[in-house]
Ligand binder design. Structure first.
Ligand code: GTP
Ligand code: MG
Length: 292
């Protein structure tokens, strides 16, 4: 059995069962906590014996082959590998419904001491409102002394990119939804396809129903999304929906946002994504679930 799952309300009981069942050397791959149907917390411990754990780590790990999902989400500072012949700044775009935290996440990334370390960051705002809904990102840009370019129409794209040409990374902010939702989405899609970002992160807030999250992912495929960012995890800390959806949709995740404070409330997603991948592998392998 590659991975075993142990579920119940008390972690210490589950860990004891892991050792009884799999031996004293058993390794814990991941622990997930979830609110049970009665509202009480339940835990799922995913574990394996040392041999199977080693195999799983190799399969899921970030080096030496690795699970394709986790291989695409390496360390906290590592962005997409530069493609051969790539010149100029690397563009990382953020898309998603209105109010999910796109601009806040960009502000955190741009100013956090741990992420994008040592890289020269620029900000590019695609403003389809045409009335300058950009005060928020402008304020962050000023505080952090980062260059910001705003694109109001297609002809602004090239000069904006030229002016940001000395940057290593350009974070691209997009509006959630303008007054003319359909037309705006199409406009953003078109500009993004011209910009060809190295990565396009779909930003979604935690607490969504699974079917809604899946619909959002599908609806944004046309934007060329490559990653998912989960925000507002502070409001739903036990919610695994976005991680499970990302694992199933094969969308890697680099960061999660768990609060409003800039830049503090941004964390690497790897640990949670690994737990989601492990749970998915477990479900796919259909092992006999051991209930405590
Ligand atoms: N609790 C909590 N609030 C957050 C988090 N991330 C962002 N917010 C808040 O959510 C609200 C919307 O954030 P924005 O960054 O403006 O969202 P947006 O996606 O850029 O919104 P639009 O530009 O209108 O599409 C703000 O009040 C943020 O402070 C988070 O991780 N947790
Ligand atoms: Mg915004």
């Amino acid at each position: 059995m590659p991975l075993e799952s142990f579920s119940g309300p008390a972690v210490d009981v589950l860990l004891a069962r892991v050792r009884t069942q799999l031996g004293p050397e058993a390794e814990i791959i991941a622990v997930r906590s979830e609110a049970g149907p009665d509202g009480r917390k339940r835990y799922q411990v995913i574990a394996a014996d040392p041999e199977a754990a080693e195999l799983e780590r190799r399969r899921m790990g970030t080096s030496g082959g690795g699970h394709p999902l986790l291989r695409a989400a390496p360390g906290r500072t590592d962005l997409a590998r530069r493609r051969e012949g790539d010149k100029g700044p690397q563009l990382i775009a953020f898309v998603g419904p209105t109010g999910v935290g796109k601009t806040t996440t960009i502000a955190k990334l741009a100013t956090h001491p741990d992420y994008l370390k040592g890289r020269k960051v620029g900000l590019l705002c695609l403003d389809t409102y045409r009335v300058g809904a950009i005060e928020q990102i402008r304020a962050y840009a000023e505080i952090a002394a980062l260059p910001l370019e705003v694109v109001y129409e297609g002809s602004d794209l090239a000069p904006a990119l030229r002016r940001l040409g000395d940057r290593d990374v350009i974070l691209v902010d997009t509006p959630g939804r303008g007054p003319r939702a359909q037309a705006d989405a199409q406009q953003v899609r078109q500009w993004l396809s011209q910009l060809q970002p190295a990565e396009t992160h779909l930003v979604l807030q935690s607490g969504l129903q699974r079917a809604v999250a899946d619909r959002m992912i599908e609806a944004h495929r046309a934007h060329g999304i490559t990653h998912l960012v989960a925000t507002k995890l502070d409001e739903a800390p036990d919610d695994w929906t976005l991680f499970d959806a990302a694992a199933e949709a094969r969308l890697p995740m680099r960061w999660v946002s768990d609060g409003q404070e800039v830049p503090k409330d941004l964390r690497p997603a790897a640990q949670r994504l690994l737990a989601a991948v492990a749970a998915l592998r477990l479900r796919a392998a259909e092992p006999a679930e051991v209930l405590a």
